[in-house]
Design a protein around this ligand. Structure first.
Ligand SMILES: [Zn+2]
Length: 367
């Protein structure tokens, strides 16, 4: 088996390489190593790419002897991802221009092909890739990306480019021809909330959450099965050390297999019920007291999230399987949507008004 490529270093030095093919060794299935040329920022969500058979190993049913080799190829964009100031889309410093260098900017594109192409066309490649990924995290709650995107759809957003971090998106508006409607969400941090969230105009949160969640205190879901990136799990961006919980009553079936890829990891086998298997990857620590064969109760914290193994930023990779088939936690587990607290309504409305004023007048959905 070849050695693990040093991804982080080479990327920092060469932004071009970042958007080119980056290969990562992802481990073995039945003794065979395979390459996956896919990681955040490296592959535009082009429809063509989604049906290309070349990447079949990622989704191919693993051999029965190793049903849960689960390498996380879709860790969130590292917070440390550099945004070179030379990027063409970066505005000039305040001293050099009337407008502030940082601060909210407006994106407004119409879709004529891959969404990333449209976004890159407006803001440049350096920012366009990461910005597409962040915007995608909102879009996937409304439409399938890229499956539901049609020529003539339009997308507006208010975002901020940030030095050394992925861009911050404040507002997203998407007009879908397929659904004949416009979707909007605005980022807002309610009083007493640890993290800002996207809310829709009716006050419902954009993201669903799992009622029996593997992790409660997370910042954002950065990868979902439905986002068309061929990733087997759901990634929850969360600080190292956040408690990780059992999503059902079960037995610890495995611990720390394939450490290089998965890092500290736990496989939980559901007792009874649907007989599902849950994989928790990239954990920071697993208490010595947690042993294979232990039974755990739904909701019980048994480990802490981390950034171990093949992971680019602190997050929990949670993967649900039935036999060797990967299933979507957001379809298999119960879900709910939070609502904006009434005391936050006025503040939220103010934010909405501010961001709406920055976006172009709404386009009318239609064919
Ligand atoms: Zn993951």
């Amino acid at each position: 088996m070849p050695d693990m490529p040093v991804l982080g270093e080479s990327e920092k030095k060469s932004p071009i390489a970042q958007v080119a093919v980056i290969a990562a060794i992802v481990g073995t299935v039945a003794g065979l190593g395979y390459w996956v040329t896919h990681r955040p920022g490296s592959t535009p969500p082009e429809p063509v790419a989604e049906v290309a058979p070349a990447a079949a190993p990622v989704d191919a049913a693993p051999a029965a002897s190793a049903p849960s080799v689960a390498i996380d190829q879709q860790a969130p964009i590292a917070n440390a991802l550099p945004m070179p100031s030379a990027a063409p889309a970066m505005p000039l410093p305040p001293a050099m221009e009337g407008k502030p260098r940082s601060g909210p900017q407006t994106l407004s594109v119409s879709i004529t092909g891959p969404m990333e192409t449209a976004i890159v066309g407006q803001v440049g490649r350096e920012l366009g890739g990461p910005l597409t990924q962040v915007i995608n995290r909102s879009l996937v709650w409304w439409v399938k990306v890229p499956g539901d995107l049609l020529k003539g759809d339009s997308l507006s957003a208010v975002y901020e480019a940030r030095e050394g971090q992925e861009p911050l998106v404040h507002a997203v508006r998407f007009t879908s021809r397929k659904f004949g409607k416009t979707f909007e969400a605005f980022r807002y941090q309610g009083k007493g909330e640890a993290h800002a969230k996207f809310f829709q105009l009716d006050g419902s949160s954009l993201e669903e959450h799992l009622t029996d969640a593997p992790i409660n205190d997370y910042e954002q879901i950065t990868s979902l099965l439905r986002d068309g990136r061929r990733h087997k799990g759901v990634d929850f961006k969360a600080p190292v050390g956040t408690p990780v919980r059992a999503t059902f009553d079960g037995v610890i079936a495995r611990k720390n297999w394939n450490f290089r890829g998965n890092g500290n990891s736990i496989e939980l086998q559901e007792s009874g019920g649907q007989g599902r298997t849950a994989l928790y990857l990239h954990l920071s620590e697993i208490p010595k007291s947690v042993k294979v064969g232990d039974t755990v109760k739904r909701g019980q914290p048994f480990a802490k999230s981390g950034n171990t193994g093949h992971s680019f930023a602190p997050h929990l990779h949670y993967q649900l399987m039935k036999g060797s088939t990967v299933i979507d936690p957001f379809e298999s587990h119960k879900t709910a949507r939070a609502s904006l607290a009434s005391e936050d309504r006025a503040g939220f409305d103010g934010a909405v008004a501010r961001f709406k004023a920055m976006m172009p007048a709404e386009t009318v959905a239609g064919n």
